[in-house]
Each structure stands twice: as C-alpha cells, then as structure tokens.
Design a protein. Structure first.
Length: 516
C-alpha cells in the first residue's frame, strides 16, 4: 500500500473511531445497546485489518526482513556473533558467497557504535569468523544468502548501518526456542512472524474475558489504528511483542486476583525489555496504602514472590544461550555502548526538556556525513548533562503524580499507570507505545480513550501535512508533549482526591472537632 494512501485511510478511520466513541458515550440512547455494540465490533474488525495495511503487509511479503535479519540471525547465532559481530559476520559470509555485489564502503562497528570504513573492520571480521565451527559457518552463510537474494542490496547495506542485535539474554533464550533449528526461508520466517500475532491474540482474548466486549473492542481499535506503532515498524518481525502480551495478560490476571502469575509475567516482560518493571510501581503504592489502613497485604507477597521467582528463572535462562552467565556481562557492556545514542523516533519526558527549535528543524543534521545525526546526538548528550537536575525534578514530579493517583486505585488500575512510569523514567522508541491499548482498561471514564484517539488522529494529519519535509524529531517531539498532557489529565482526578484525603487526614484538629 502506498504510504500516503495508508495515512489517509488510517487517519480517516481513526477520526471515525473518535467520533463513534464520542457519540456512543455522549448520546447513549442514540442507538440500542446491541446496535452500539455491533457498530463498535465492526470498527474493531476494521482496525485489525487496517493494522496489516489491509493485507498488503510490507508490500511483497508479510515478513519484516530488516527486523528478522537482526532478530533471527542474532538469536540463532548468538553464541558466535554476540552483540558485536552480526554485521561483520554477514559481510564475511557475503564475500565468500561471491554473489557479485560491489562491497558497501561503510558499516557500523558494533564495538564502538560508529559508522566506519569497511577496511577498518578486517581484523574484527576475521576474529568473529573464527568463533564459528565449520558446520555453523556453513549454516550461517546459507541463512545470509537468503537475505541477500531476497532483498535489494541497498536494503542490506542500510541494515548494516543500524544499531545491531540488542535484546537481553532472556529474550535470546526465548527466541532460540524457535530460531535455533530452521533455515531462513519465506516459510520459516513467515511462521516466526506469526508468533507475535498469536501472542497478541491471546492477550486480547484475556482482555475480552476480563473486561468485557466494549472495553475489549476499544483496546483493539487503539491497537489497530495506532499511528506510532504502524505495521511498518515491527509488524512481521520475530517475537517483538512478547513483552506486550505478558504485560496485557498480567493486568488481566491482577483484575482476577491471580497475583503470583501476574508477577511472573511482569518479571518476564521486565527481563526482555527492562522498562515494563515500571508496571509494579502502582501496585507497590497500593501495598503501602493497605499497610497504612491495616488491610490485608497477602496479595502483594504473592505478586512479589511471582516477580522474584520470574526474575531468577529469567536470569538462569539467559545464562543458557551459549555464552554462560557472561552473557549478562556482555549485555551490560552493550547497554553502556548505546548510552548516548539518541534516536529520532524516541518518545519520552526527556524530549520536553531537551528538544529545541534547531532539533525539530534538523539544523544539527548533516546528510553528507556517514552518520548524519552524530552532531545532534552529541548536542543532546551535552544538554542532558547540563539539564540533569531539571530532568530529575521533572521525572520526580511525574512519579509523584503516579503515586498519588495509584494510592486510591485498585491494584490492576494502578499497574496500568506503569506506562506513565516508563514515560517519566526513560525514552522509548515510538512503537513501544502500543501499550497505550491498555488505556481503555484503566478507568471507567470514556474520556482517556477519546483523548488518545484525538492525539492519534492528529499524528496522521501532521504526517500528511509535512510528508514532503517530514521530521521525526517534530512528530515525536510533539507526541511527547501530547502524552505528557494526556497522562497528567488522566491521573489528575485521582491524584487530586488523594491529596485532598491526605490533607484532611493530617489536618490538625481544632478544639471544636474533639467533641464531634
């Protein structure tokens, strides 16, 4: 599907969904209950079909070859390529295959995260090749051949300027359960791409069963029509939404009182993507409230036990990926390597503090350089150091509002505010905000879902208005501001009531109050 057509159609559907939700709640008697439900159900089905680009997927295939190059090859051959070798190994295999491509002149050195001339990587290429046995190298070369023959060579050279293979050892363990044995082919990679679809489908089944049809349909609509996580980003990839399914099912389990299993799923999500650990912040606040009020807290012990056991199991699993426990040290090194690598599609509270006019206008970008954004990244790191006290203060303020809002909520509602914790604590690439599908689950009010659909429709409109000079820095900078306002408005009623209750609880009693 041509991009402008996709944007017009999905943007229009997002607007229709927005108007439908407003009509459904502002004029509840305008349609009979079953008719309103049917209309919402039809909209949900359309949203699912729209998410796949109406069956066009990536045009020629369902498979996202860019993603699967990293996640299929990276997990299958992790014992050899680790976090530093996937690009040079693939280039060495390409040279041996002799397919007639003119070698690309530059590539990212995954030891330093810098784009460098190929000639400077010859020794590293030899070292990584030596990690393979002859049989493993034969298998690796055959898999690389598939990607080379299935894609235009310019696409492959662009892949090797990305930022490499970066998942945790726990994710690598899970992925290798599926990727360790098949050879790369259309059939095998399509099968791997369906895993995410199955997991997300199971999550939605849990949502429908736990929250009912209306809330389930709203969650599907938010998922299917979301601009920041359109199919182009990770649709057709391999096990990229396992964390989402784990968090979504965990929220359902919290609502049903299955705390230990919910803790285990949050642990898994945390150990494969780190930031979902924030979904425990709200329940921890509720635990403190229950302690203060003298209410039972056994539920939190079960939740915490499930989380701790899950973390230990994930640590053990990550030590079984062919590199022993040192895989975790490798992962720590890899995280440090990426520190300071700013991406243009990042979304988070930091953007509010650091983005300026020059950033959104790309005045610090030089497309004549091998790494066009290198000066901008250096500027962002400098600003982050200079404004660190302000950043910490802003994060603390957001987390304080999260705590105040969580104080009076049920456990599962408080858990959903983990997405606000993520917004305040880290910056995430745009497609991770698919977790906003949890918004309809979080409160009985229809306003938050309507507000997000309004923001989402605006993102489609902005992309269409600026498509000839599209700046992700502008787009996702504005999204960061929109989410900040959205989250504050969402939490404000509960946070305000908590503040009022605490003022009354700790207000000094007057003489006249004693006899009351």
């Amino acid at each position: 599907m041509e991009l402008s057509t996709e944007l017009w159609v999905k943007g229009g559907l997002s607007l229709v969904a927005l108007l439908l939700v407003i009509w459904r709640h502002r004029r509840p008697g305008g349609l009979k209950e079953h008719q309103a439900g049917q209309l919402l159900g039809v909209m949900a089905v359309v949203a699912v079909v729209a998410y796949t680009n109406f069956g066009h997927f990536h045009g020629v295939s369902m498979v996202h070859h860019w993603e699967q190059f990293h996640y299929f090859l990276g997990s299958k051959y992790f014992p050899e390529v680790g976090y530093d070798g996937i690009y040079v190994a693939s280039l060495a295999a390409e040279r041996e295959l002799g397919l007639g491509h003119a070698p690309q002149p530059i590539m990212r050195d995954l030891r330093t995260n810098e784009v460098v001339p190929i000639r400077s990587l010859v020794n590293h290429m030899t070292e990584v090749r030596a990690r393979f046995s002859d049989e493993r190298w034969r298998l690796f070369s055959a898999d690389v051949r598939y990607f080379l023959e299935r894609n235009q060579y310019g696409y492959i050279t662009s892949i090797r300027r990305d930022h490499g293979y970066n998942p945790t050892p726990t994710w690598t363990f899970s992925a290798r359960l599926f990727s360790a044995w098949p050879a790369a082919s259309d059939r095998s990679l399509t099968a791997l791409a369906w895993i995410d679809t199955a997991l997300v489908g199971l999550m939605f089944i849990a949502i429908f069963r736990s929250f009912g049809t209306r809330v389930g349909c709203l969650a599907v609509i938010v998922f299917g029509l979301g601009y920041p996580w359109r199919w182009d980003w990770v649709g057709g990839a391999f096990l990229r939404q396992d964390w989402l399914a784990a968090v979504g099912v965990a929220v359902c389990l919290l609502k049903r009182g299955r705390f230990a299993l919910a803790g285990g799923l949050i642990a898994y999500a945390c150990m494969v993507r780190v930031f979902p650990g924030g979904f425990l912040v709200g329940p921890a606040v509720v635990f403190v409230r229950h302690l203060v009020d003298g209410r039972p807290t056994a539920w939190f012990r079960r939740l915490a036990t499930g989380f701790v056991v899950g973390v230990l199991l994930c640590l053990a699993a990550g030590s079984l990926v062919g590199r022993g426990p040192s895989a975790w040290l490798d992962f720590k090194w890899n995280l440090g390597k990426h520190h300071g690598t700013w991406l243009t599609n990042n979304v988070g509270l930091k953007n509010l503090m650091l983005y300026d006019r020059a950033t959104v206008r790309r005045e610090d970008v030089d497309f004549t350089l091998p790494e066009p954004w290198i000066r901008w990244q250096a500027k962002m790191n400098r600003l982050q150091d200079e404004r660190r006290p302000l950043l910490l203060l802003a994060s603390a303020a957001f987390l304080a509002v999260v705590a105040a809002a969580s104080w009076r909520l049920e456990v599962w509602k408080a858990a959903i505010l983990g997405m606000v914790v993520a917004f305040a604590a880290v910056v995430l690439t745009c497609y991770y905000w698919v977790m906003l599908l949890l918004v309809p689950l979080g409160h009985g009010r229809w306003g938050p879902t309507t507000a997000w659909l309004g923001v989402n429709t605006g993102l489609f409109a902005l992309h269409l208005a600026t498509r000839d000079a599209l700046s992700f820095e502008l787009l996702y900078g504005l999204l960061s501001w929109a989410l900040a306002l959205f989250f504050l408005a969402w939490m404000a009623p509960d946070a305000w009531r908590t503040a009022t209750d605490l003022r009354q609880r700790f207000r000094p009693k007057k003489a006249g109050d004693r006899g009351a």
